[in-house]
Design a protein around this ligand. Structure first.
Ligand SMILES: Cc1cc2nc3c(=O)[nH]c(=O)nc-3n(C[C@H](O)[C@H](O)[C@H](O)COP(=O)(O)OP(=O)(O)OC[C@H]3O[C@@H](n4cnc5c(N)ncnc54)[C@H](O)[C@@H]3O)c2cc1C
Length: 324
């Protein structure tokens, strides 16, 4: 492992100034559960690690008149256990409880979860210079691709591994980003970027920019949400496919359903056509399967991951039917 310097800024302003000075060689660290693996394995080689943990005021879940504000340093276990989140946004609590192990949830943060790097085994192998690391090919395209993307891949077939991201997008979350140029708000859906936009990164964050806060709009009284995560094994694991859903109960169906998938694409993948098709309809497995057809027609499975389309049908059906 290459030596690096360590910084402990006390404010967000100091943190982004350190990142700016690092010119792409300074990396922020929150809980460290992902970035340290990357450093130890030589996938990234920072000159300076900027530890965010001493910055005050970033680790709380607060309700206000507009909804909920989640500080980027809130641990995943605090989010999962928050009584108000459980009550108003049960899908978010389910997503938070589903990820990793209790030890990682106790240390890992919400901001780190949303900014974590992909788990693709070619990306995580320092010897494999894939497109994400400046190379000219995606080794998964013709290699071992059981866990890779069936949608949105193109030049790079990673899947975005976060369990929180699909659920927060389904809930209409916004993020607040801070850089030396000031602060800006962005829909979380627009925070993520496909490989065709920038194959080296999974989001639009500049190298001197930090995620400070996540905001979720106030939950309507009759709104419901759920998260279904299908894994290869019962113990901790990343999603093969996950479905984050939210909607307002209306008869035996949902009005304004939102469906966002995890584990199938380089970014959380919204099923916009299915949402329109399911609007207000009585929900059955057959109706849901039919509604998914046009979105799934865009799927381009690789040699080993065609099974994911059936898992999408199963995860979305289970999640939506749990709401009615
Ligand atoms: C064994 C294991 C199992 C896991 N299982 C799952 C799983 O099932 N589901 C899942 O979703 N995740 C999983 N993870 C991934 C991840 O470690 C956790 O999700 C955790 O929440 C990451 O948070 P962190 O604070 O430790 O991130 P860190 O490791 O500190 O940071 C992760 C990345 O985000 C950047 N970053 C951190 N905070 C900010 C910020 N505020 N602004 C901008 N950039 C930032 C860092 O530079 C780094 O690139 C797993 C990890 C491990 C090791």
């Amino acid at each position: 492992m290459k030596n690096f310097r360590w910084a402990e800024p006390q404010t967000m302003e100091q943190a982004v100034a350190l990142l700016a000075k690092g010119e792409g060689k300074a990396y922020p660290m929150a809980g460290g559960t992902d970035i340290f693996t990357e450093i130890k394995e030589g996938v990234v080689e920072p000159e300076i690690v900027v530890d965010l943990s001493a910055i005050p005021g970033l680790s709380a879940v607060r309700k206000d008149k507009d909804g909920v504000r989640i500080g980027a340093l809130t641990t995943v276990s605090d989010l999962a256990a928050d009584a108000m989140i459980r009550q108003d946004y049960p899908g978010l609590s389910m997503a938070a409880s589903s990820l990793a192990t209790p030890q990682i949830r106790n240390v890992g943060t919400v901001g780190g979860n949303l900014c974590q790097r992909p788990r693709c085994w070619y990306y995580r192998d320092a010897q494999m210079v894939c497109r994400k690391k400046g190379g000219s090919q995606c080794f998964a395209a013709k290699g071992r691709n059981k866990y890779h993307a069936i949608l949105g891949g193109g030049i790079c077939h990673i899947v975005y591994p976060s369990d929180l991201a699909p659920m927060l997008i389904a809930l209409g979350a916004q993020v607040t980003l801070v850089s030396p140029r000031g602060e800006k708000g962005l829909a979380l859906a627009d925070f993520y970027a496909l490989p065709s936009k920038n194959v080296r990164r999974e989001n639009v964050l500049a190298t001197d920019e930090l995620l400070r806060e996540i905001r979720i709009p106030a939950a309507k009284k009759s709104a419901k949400s759920a998260y279904v995560k299908l894994k290869e094994r019962e113990t901790w694991d990343f999603a093969l496919v996950s479905a984050a859903v939210q909607g307002t109960a209306s008869g035996e169906g949902l009005s304004d359903p939102r469906i966002v998938l995890g584990g199938v694409a380089p970014i959380p993948w919204r099923l916009a056509k299915a949402e329109v098709s399911l609007q207000g309809k009585k929900l059955t497995t057959a109706v849901i399967k039919e509604a998914l057809r046009s979105d799934l027609q865009e799927a381009r499975p690789l040699q080993e991951n065609g099974y994911k389309t059936a898992l999408v049908e199963a995860a979305v059906s289970q999640a939506l039917l749990s709401l009615v």
